[in-house]
Design a protein around this ligand. Structure first.
Ligand SMILES: [Zn+2]
Length: 289
């Protein structure tokens, strides 16, 4: 049994019982959430089965991406070995299948998340993400997706999405590692969803949450060209405008690991795209932040 597991076991069980009671009086009980005025510290396992760069990068990106959609602020503070009994924040660790079992993770899960919150204030003060180190090796190419899904639970999402295009869908699809938080995902979180910016994912895919009634995902094909992948109905139209065959996006954000820890942790662009059927091409892009 590791340090976190030992120290937190009583607390987690207590919360699990309380959570069941809370579900019985669901209508009177708000969804637990983090205090938005604080920066959420993230602690990451240093000696896991994946490279330290992949682990830290994925943790920083997941924290950043949820922050952009919820208004929460996160920072990777250090190693999970520094986290202890009084840690407030999110701890990410790799563990054995036995440990997953002892913690009562759902059968067959690659990863699971436990959340502690104050019953009286509904403030989340601690979240623990445990990843099965024996299973993650087969899912390493989807690690970013797995972490962004678990981070969704860590920020307070309790259920799952029915739509396979959302990161909060329960199954990790090995063929299509979803990186980007959709408008649907953002609405599941207990915060005001922030849907006016588009996001360029770490693999170059572009997600547009809301442009003149449509939400769209563009898959990167190389050479500043994308393929229109999914278009869904969206509410509102704040991401940009469509004029004939060109699309102008006002605020395309991308996570930049080199800026991590600096103010904003992002670059933003104004972008003009030309659309030809399902094929999309970059015409102009300027850094605005
Ligand atoms: Zn889940």
């Amino acid at each position: 049994m590791n340090k976190i597991e030992q120290q937190r076991k009583t607390g987690i069980l207590f919360v699990a019982l309380i959570a069941i009671l809370a579900m019985c009086i669901e209508s009177a009980h708000a969804q637990p959430k983090w205090d938005e005025s604080r920066i959420i510290d993230i602690y990451v396992h240093r000696d896991g089965p994946l490279s330290l760069y992949d682990t830290y990068y994925s943790a920083m990106y997941a924290g950043w991406a949820w922050g952009q959609r919820t208004g929460l602020r996160t920072q990777v503070r250090g190693s999970s070995s520094q986290a202890g009994d009084n840690t407030r924040g999110i701890v990410i660790e790799f563990g054995s299948s036995d440990q997953m079992k002892r913690m009562k993770a759902p059968e067959g899960a690659v990863a699971a998340t436990w959340v502690e919150f104050n019953l009286w204030t509904d403030d989340i003060n601690f979240a623990y993400i445990l990843i099965d180190e024996s299973k993650i090796v087969d899912f390493a190419h989807c690690f970013g997706n797995i972490l962004i899904h678990e981070m969704g639970h860590a920020v307070g999402i309790q259920g799952h999405s029915d739509d396979a295009a959302d990161v909060m869908h329960a199954d990790y699809d090995t063929g299509d590692c979803r990186h980007m938080i959709t408008a649907n995902d953002a609405r599941m979180a207990p915060y005001e969803p922030q849907l006016c910016h588009s996001e360029l994912s770490p693999v170059g895919d572009l997600y547009i949450p809301s442009i003149q009634g449509t939400s769209a995902t563009l898959s990167y094909r190389g050479g500043m060209r994308w393929q229109l992948d999914q278009a869904r109905e969206a509410v509102g139209g704040c991401s940009g405008i469509i004029a004939g065959d060109s699309v102008r996006l006002y605020d395309v954000r991308t996570f930049d690991a080199w800026l991590a820890g600096e103010q904003g942790q992002r670059r933003a662009y104004n972008v003009t795209l030309r659309v030809d059927g399902e094929s999309v091409e970059l015409i102009n892009g300027e850094v605005v932040q």
